[in-house]
Write a protein that binds this ligand. Structure first.
Ligand code: TXA
Ligand code: MG
Length: 325
């Protein structure tokens, strides 16, 4: 198992030498390596079982540290950074040659962000390179929001997990880029919403449609964030329960506990107040817990499709194989 520690100097020593360290962020835990070291990058892909055509996000301590890695700064980037960094916003920007091709899978743009976590910012401030870090889970599985999540799955493959406790937000960052027509475009929904971005940019932001266009970001396609248990998503959850009543059911409810007659092996209610930030904070831990119980089916209730509910439903849709009604 990996060492779980708050020792930044120890983490720096491992990273300087090309090793991997799991790092906390406000969104989810990342599997970090020195972004300018191709061998270290290769071990990220190997450890996660991640296809090499799926690019990585670079993490910086601040805007200034990012500048040498970016060729051009589209209008609005400074405003967005001033408002949302450190925080859960990733920007897709044209890269300089300092960024190895392995980071971007050969794409001309690199994903960059400044994470909002004291320990990780403390670490980044000690380094003279950015950290490449995808979520610290085996490729395709649910992102980790606690050190124990990382340790269970990757603990025998990495030496260290920096212990930043539970991730405060619990959902991966919003990804924003500019399309060929210069229109700001959301490539992955997150805690920072379309409305939040439009307010700062003072213009309309589009949402990238991964079904109708070419593969620009493989991780945004289906079958990600997925438990091993067959997972069904529905907004009419009692119907789904009736349909599956002869099975061992795990249930993740949004706000109200199930009151029907069918036996549920284990139910988790995410937020009795109906608070979407609480849902985001608890969702992945709940999915992991139920996925570990050997159930036949995991039923998850859709949340209201407003504000960050859109990002939550987006992840749920990708984690469920059917039943997306
Ligand atoms: O909140 C987060 O963003 C977390 C923490 C650790 O920072 N990271 C994270 O990384 O979620 P990952 O690798 O699990 O998801 C990053 C997504 C992937 O879907 C990837 O395809 C996309 O970002 N991406 C990365 N670089 C890209 C690029 N140059 N162009 C298009 N998409 C990119
Ligand atoms: Mg991921």
């Amino acid at each position: 198992m990996a060492i779980i520690t708050k020792n930044i100097q120890g983490a720096k020593t491992i990273l300087d030498g090309g090793g991997l360290v799991a790092i906390p962020t406000e969104t989810v835990y990342g599997l970090a390596a020195k972004a300018t070291d191709p061998a270290a990058l290769a071990s990220i892909f190997k450890t996660k079982g991640r296809p090499s055509n799926n690019p990585l996000i670079l993490h910086f301590p601040d805007f200034k540290a990012m500048a040498p890695y970016i060729k051009a700064i589209p209008d609005g980037v400074r405003l967005l950074a001033a408002k949302f960094w450190p925080g859960p916003l990733t920007l897709l920007l044209p890269k300089t040659t300092l960024v190895p091709d392995a980071v971007t899978a050969g794409l001309p743009r690199v994903a960059v962000r400044v994470p909002d976590h004291k320990l990780t910012l403390g670490l980044l401030n000690q380094l003279d390179y950015p950290l490449a870090a995808p979520s610290a889970n085996p490729s395709g599985y649910i992102s980790p929001t606690k050190p124990s999540h990382v340790n269970i799955q990757l603990g025998d493959k990495i030496p260290m997990i920096l212990d930043g406790g539970n991730c405060e937000k619990g959902l991966e960052s919003t990804i924003l880029g500019w399309n060929d027509d210069g229109i700001p475009t959301i490539y992955r929904k997150g805690i920072i919403t379309k409305g939040d971005l439009e307010t700062v940019l003072n213009k309309e932001v589009c949402i990238y449609d991964s079904h109708s266009q070419t593969l620009e970001a493989p991780g945004m396609l289906s079958s990600h964030y997925a438990p091993n248990t067959r997972t069904l998503l529905s907004s009419t959850i009692s119907e789904k329960i009736d349909e599956n009543k002869h099975l061992k059911i795990g249930l993740i409810s949004f706000k109200n506990a199930y009151e029907g007659d069918v036996a549920i092996t284990k139910e988790i209610v995410l937020s009795s107040d109906g608070a979407l930030d609480e849902v985001a904070y608890k969702l992945y831990a709940a999915m992991r817990e139920l996925d570990g119980l050997g159930l036949d089916v995991l039923l998850i209730e859709k949340v209201p499709d407003t504000g960050i509910g859109k990002a939550i439903n987006d992840r749920l849709t990708r984690s469920a194989i059917t039943g997306t009604k």
